[in-house]
Design a protein around this ligand. Structure first.
Ligand code: FAD
Length: 318
């Protein structure tokens, strides 16, 4: 079923969903089940599975020269989606990137997903690779998520890259996109960012999932700004508990977001790792309760492989 159909059926009830990462190469499907098994009692209608573009690394060969090699550390998104749907009977939402795909490869990936009965995708651009100063698309690939949304929408209308195909199978993908309550880091301002978010919605995106945020005011202000800009699709808040000392620096650095002073102060006062984790759990629990009370369509948790922490939060909220 489509993500937006779940929202429609739930009416004013707030749903719950989880995002997982494929295991590192060499890992097993059991690694994923270990994370999801303890979370399935909360009945998420869908689970997102992230996609990871290959990175270029420099490796020394036996002759002593450095060679550039492409390594994908977390392959397997499509297979994992199929396994999740089969084991739990819930929908899986694969993330699909512009980066690393030509238009033809994108089309093939969508055909595979459609044959696997995957009905939802989160359409994203992806980030610059290590050692690249800015995002570089694959030759013949898309520059922006907007172009990816357009390609998916075309397939939903039976239009394929090969213009000789007439009456092509119309896929029925429900299309999610990313949203940034603290704006995307490359956008010069929020208005600019929202212009392109609106363009994606006008091109066919059905719902938005936000980047994580730690101050609900940012989410509420973002939803208001979207509505004023004419963006009227559901906006799902993405949530992640901060549980470790190093995340005070790594989360703002990687995700270009702010941590509220009150959270940082509380965190810095805690002496043990357990006390820090507890502060993060309580903070995320309070965020979740307020968002649920405000009637958001769904609380979307970035599990980052730690279901025990997510369980604690969800148990207190539902
Ligand atoms: P875009 O919508 O293409 O926007 C990128 C920037 O360009 C923005 O600043 C925007 O304002 C601007 N822009 C957009 N369109 C245009 C245009 N036509 N002309 C000029 N400027 C434009 N990354 C992964 O690698 N794998 C994942 O699985 C993954 N999952 C994610 C899930 C969520 C919920 C979120 C919020 C992010 C995720 N990301 C993931 C990260 C994402 O790939 C990055 O944030 C990336 O930098 C931007 O992706 P986007 O789809 O928002 O890009």
């Amino acid at each position: 079923m489509k993500v937006t159909e779940y929202f429609g059926k739930a009416q004013d009830n707030t749903l719950i969903s989880f995002e997982i990462l494929p295991p590192l190469k060499g890992g097993r499907m059991q690694d994923i089940f270990k994370i999801l098994d303890p979370l399935m009692e909360f009945k998420p209608p869908f689970v997102d599975v992230t996609y990871h573009r290959e990175e270029f690394l420099y490796k020394q060969n036996p002759a002593g020269f450095y060679e550039k090699v492409a390594i994908r550390k977390r392959p397997g998104t499509v297979g994992i989606c199929a396994a999740i749907m089969n084991r739990y009977g819930v929908d899986a939402v694969p993330h699909l990137l512009c980066g690393g795909f030509t238009r033809e490869q994108t089309e093939d990936a969508l055909i595979d997903l459609n044959f696997l009965n995957v009905q939802n995708v989160l359409a994203l651009r992806g980030d610059a690779r290590q050692f690249e100063s800015k995002f570089e698309p694959e030759a013949g690939g898309h520059h922006y998520a907007l172009d990816l949304v357009k390609q998916i929408k075309d397939m939903n209308e039976g239009k394929y890259l090969d213009s000789n195909i007439e009456n092509g199978l119309q896929t029925e993908f429900c299309i999610g996109i990313a949203g940034y309550p603290e704006k995307h880091f490359e956008a010069p301002n929020m208005e600019f960012d929202l212009t392109w978010t609106k363009a994606k919605v006008d091109a066919g995106a059905d719902y938005i999932v936000t980047q994580m945020f730690f101050d609900n005011k940012n989410y509420f202000a973002y939803v208001d700004a979207c509505r004023k800009a004419g963006i009227n699709v559901p906006i799902v808040p993405g949530l992640k508990p901060i549980t470790k000392q190093y995340q005070l620096n790594s989360i703002p650095r990687h995700f270009f977001i702010n941590l509220p002073e009150a959270l940082v102060k509380e965190f810095s006062k805690a002496i043990t790792p357990e006390a820090r984790a507890q502060i993060g759990v309580e903070w995320c629990t309070e965020q979740s309760k307020e968002l649920k009370a405000a009637g958001v369509p769904c609380l979307h948790y970035y599990t980052m492989g730690d279901s025990a922490i997510i369980r604690k939060i969800v148990e207190s909220v539902y």
